[in-house]
Write a protein that binds this ligand. Structure first.
Ligand code: ADP
Ligand code: MG
Length: 321
C-alpha cells in the first residue's frame, strides 16, 4: 500500500508538534504562540539565523546534523549574550516532503533543543529551495548581557575551546577525497556545541563577547568597532584545533583566524577576573585561553610569540565579499 502524500499540516503534526507545551502558554497550532511575561528584572534576547542549502550546509549533509546546526547557531548567539535559551520558532522552505530527511532533521533539532530546554513554539512551512530559519528567544537579567560594545582598553581577550577545526573540516568536504558526511572528522563543522553554560557563567566575569561564526579576527574586529577599541592577538597563544596542528603555519592561520563556523565564544574581561575565568574553565571542563589584550585605538593586530607583527592577509568570511 502506498503512503498518502503528506500535506503541510500533517507534516507539522507528525514531525514538529510534540503536544502540550511545557514553557509556552500556547504552542504550535494557533495563529500565534503565547508566552508568559518574563520575571521582573529580566530582558528578552532575540536572535534569528537562516541556513541555506549550498551556502551554509552541503545539500547532501547528514540531516540530523542539519537539524542540530539550525538551532545550534542560534543558541550560540544567545550564549554570546549570556542569555538562557527559552523558546524558538522554525520557518522552513522545503523542495519536497522527504519523510526520511524530515525525521532525521527533527531528531537532530529536538536533541539539542531538549538539552538546552528550549521549546519549539511555532514556525512556518512552505515549498521552495531548502532554507531553514530559526528565531530563538532567551532570557537574561537586565544589565548583565554580554554585549559587543563593552570592551575596555586593558581587558584581556579570551577564546573558548579551539579554533580552525570547522574550516578545516569544510576544506576536506570540498576537497578531492571528502570524508562521508556524518564522519567524526567533520563533526566540528556539522555539530557545533553552542557555549550556553559558558555564556551564562560569564555574565559577571566578562565585559564584552561575540561568538566566532565568521572567523576569529573578523569577529574580534566587529567587537572592537562596536567598543571603539583596538586589540592585539598573540598568535602563539591561539588554541588551534588539534587536526590542523601539523599543517603549514600559513594554512593554520587561515583556518584558525579566518575560518568560520567554530561557534566558540570570544570575550574580553578585566585582568582581575583571570583566576575566576580559570576556575570556570575547570568547572566547565572547557579550555578558556587568554590570547591577547584590548588597547586604545582601532583595528586588530596580530603578533608572534616575541611581539613581532604578523601581516594579516586573512580576512573573515563575508557572504557578499
Ligand atoms: P498561519 O497561516 O496562521 O501563519 P500556519 O498554517 O502557517 O499558520 O501554521 C499552523 C501552525 O503550525 C502555527 O501554529 C505555526 O506556528 C505552526 N508551524 C508551521 N510550520 C511550523 C514548523 N516548521 N515548525 C513548527 N511549527 C510550525
Ligand atoms: Mg503560515
Amino acid at each position: 500500500m502506498s503512503e498518502q502524500p503528506l500535506g503541510e499540516f500533517d507534516l507539522i503534526t507528525r514531525y514538529f508538534d510534540r503536544g502540550a507545551p511545557r514553557r509556552a502558554r500556547l504552542g504550535i497550532g494557533d495563529d500565534c504562540a503565547l508566552l508568559a511575561p518574563l520575571p521582573a528584572g529580566a530582558v528578552l534576547a532575540v536572535t534569528s539565523d537562516m541556513l541555506v542549502a549550498g551556502r551554509h550546509f552541503l545539500p547532501e549533509s547528514d540531516p540530523e546534523g542539519v537539524g542540530h546546526k539550525t538551532l545550534a547557531v542560534n543558541l550560540s548567539d544567545l550564549a554570546a549574550m549570556g542569555a538562557q535559551p527559552v523558546a524558538f520558532t522554525l520557518s522552513m522552505s522545503l523542495p519536497q516532503i522527504d519523510t526520511a530527511w524530515l525525521e532525521k532533521f527533527a531528531r537532530g533539532l529536538f536533541a539539542i533543543a531538549d538539552r538546552h530546554d528550549c521549546e519549539l513554539i511555532g514556525g512556518d512551512t512552505t515549498r521552495g529551495p531548502l532554507n531553514l530559519c530559526v528565531t530563538a528567544f532567551g532570557e537574561v537579567p537586565s544589565g548583565v548581557a554580554l554585549r559587543r560594545d563593552l570592551a575596555q582598553p586593558g581587558d584581556d581577550v579570551w577564546v573558548s575551546g579551539s579554533v580552525g577545526g570547522a574550516a578545516y573540516a569544510l576544506s576536506r568536504l570540498l576537497g578531492p577525497t571528502p570524508p562521508a558526511t556524518g564522519d567524526l572528522s567533520v563533526r566540528r563543522l556539522e555539530r557545533p556545541e553552542p557555549r550556553v553554560a559558558l555564556g551564562i557563567a560569564l555574565r559577571h566575569l566578562a565585559r564584552a563577547a561575540i561568538d566566532v561564526s565568521d572567523g576569529l579576527l573578523g569577529d574580534l574586529a566587529h567587537l572592537c568597532e562596536r567598543s571603539r577599541v583596538a586589540a592585539r592577538i598573540d598568535w602563539s597563544s591561539v588554541p588551534i584545533a588539534m587536526q590542523i596542528s601539523g599543517l603549514d603555519e600559513g594554512v593554520q592561520q587561515r583556518f584558525a583566524l579566518a575560518g568560520g563556523d567554530d561557534y566558540e565564544l570570544l570575550f574580553t574581561a578585566p585582568a582581575e577576573n583571570r583566576t575566576g575565568i580559570q576556575a570556570l574553565s575547570s568547572s566547565l571542563q572547557l579550555a578558556l585561553t587568554r590570547i591577547g589584550e584590548i588597547l586604545p585605538g582601532s583595528g586588530v593586530q596580530l603578533v608572534d610569540g616575541r611581539g613581532m607583527p604578523i601581516p594579516v592577509s586573512a580576512q573573515s568570511f563575508d557572504h557578499f565579499a
